[in-house]
Design a protein around this ligand. Structure first.
Ligand code: TYM
Length: 334
């Protein structure tokens, strides 16, 4: 069996970037009988940037309901909340003793987040990749399905695994592989504001829970211009971005149709493109939105899912922690 593990921070509702960058792969992987899947809610990680307790509770509820609404199945995959796992926090400290400050200083997300919020550059934000390494190595995961933006964090995990093995002269931790689906390279879903990725902190998201009217409005407002400047010109980034989203939500013939229009250099069809794009996004999100609303207030069910998940997950991590303690010499007076 291959161990598959991934998490999402509860910093707001899930958007199309999370869905195509992560969730679609989670769903595929849970169906493969060769995989033992662990999917969690990274609440401790979210606290590095979001500290409102009430909002945290609402977000964890929403993300868990979204996991279930998208089709993650507690019978097939282990679903848990990161902070329910004491072993992971303990491993985090132990791995921090192996984590060079020089490496953490190079992490791009730390630099970005520090710039976005200069009044809250905290130690947990700085050691974010160490906790992520603990999440992954506590299960000795083989595959980690994530979007492209997490690649550097995964490289840090690989370095941590090999540093541990080298320092203690063991071959204990595996170096995990970021999962790249066969039909889709690690995608980066762009925002609708012209540049960069779709992200909760960027304020440019289409959420799975958005009502159709809101989606239509957001897509209509996406940055465009008058049309191509000539035949077969390269697309500017903001137009390329619309095509990137079209590629994941629409059928290949729809994409080919608009691509051909672009190539002919014809103008005045962006209105139709946006209408089609909104319609196809709504087709993907509507069943998910309806299920989220059915599940999210069912406390008894949500509690049952997370309790069962934490129990199953702890069975794996308690063994890892015991082994790591032994290897690091934290085993006195036997
Ligand atoms: P988070 O919450 O930022 O994002 C969750 C997942 O969504 C992907 N993603 C995207 N993919 C494509 N295009 C986008 N615009 C886009 N925005 C987000 C992310 O790549 C990610 O896969 N550090 C992680 C959470 C985490 C984790 C882990 C993941 C904590 N521990 C251990 C894997 C393994 C994060 O910030 O996710």
């Amino acid at each position: 069996m291959k161990i598959v593990l991934s998490g999402i921070r509860p910093t707001g509702n899930l958007h199309l970037g999370n869905y195509y960058g992560a969730m679609v792969n989670f769903l595929k992987m849970q169906e493969d009988k060769e995989n033992n899947c662990f999917f969690f809610i990274a609440d401790l990680h979210s606290m590095t940037t979001h500290s409102d307790p009430k909002l945290l509770q609402e977000n964890v509820r929403n993300i868990l309901a979204t996991y279930l609404a998208c089709g993650l199945d507690p019978e097939k995959a282990t679903l848990y909340i990161q902070s329910d796992m004491d072993d992971i926090s303990k491993l985090y400290y132990l791995l921090a003793t192996l984590s060079p400050v020089a490496d953490l200083n190079k992490v791009v997300t730390f630099k970005e987040k520090s710039q976005q919020n200069p009044d809250n550059v905290n130690a947990a934000l700085f050691t974010y990749p160490v906790l992520m390494a603990s999440d992954i190595l506590a299960f000795n995961a083989d595959f980690v399905p994530v979007g492209k933006d997490q690649k550097q964090h995964l490289e840090f995990t690989c370095h941590t695994a090999s540093r541990f093995n080298q320092r203690y002269g063991v071959n204990y931790f595996k170096e995990p592989t970021p999962f790249i689906a066969k039909d889709q390279a690690l995608v980066k879903i762009p925002g609708l504001d012209g540049s960069g990725k779709m992200g909760k902190s960027e304020g440019n998201c289409i959420y799975l829970i958005d009502e159709p009217k809101a989606i239509e409005k957001k897509v209509k407002g996406a940055l465009t211009d008058n049309g191509p400047e000539g035949v077969n010109t390269p697309k500017p980034e903001y137009i390329e971005n619309l095509f990137t989203i079209l590629k994941v939500v629409s059928t290949p013939d729809v994409v080919a149709h608009y691509d051909n229009l672009w190539k002919t250099g014809e103008q005045k069809w962006y209105g139709n493109l946006k209408k089609q794009l909104a319609e196809d996004i709504i087709t993907v999100t509507t069943p998910i939105r309806e299920r989220i609303n059915d599940i999210k207030n069912d406390d008894a069910y949500l509690r049952k899912v997370t309790q069962l998940g934490a129990e199953k997950a702890r069975a794996v991590t308690s063994k890892t922690l015991a082994d790591v303690r032994e290897i690091m010499g934290l085993n006195y007076f036997k």
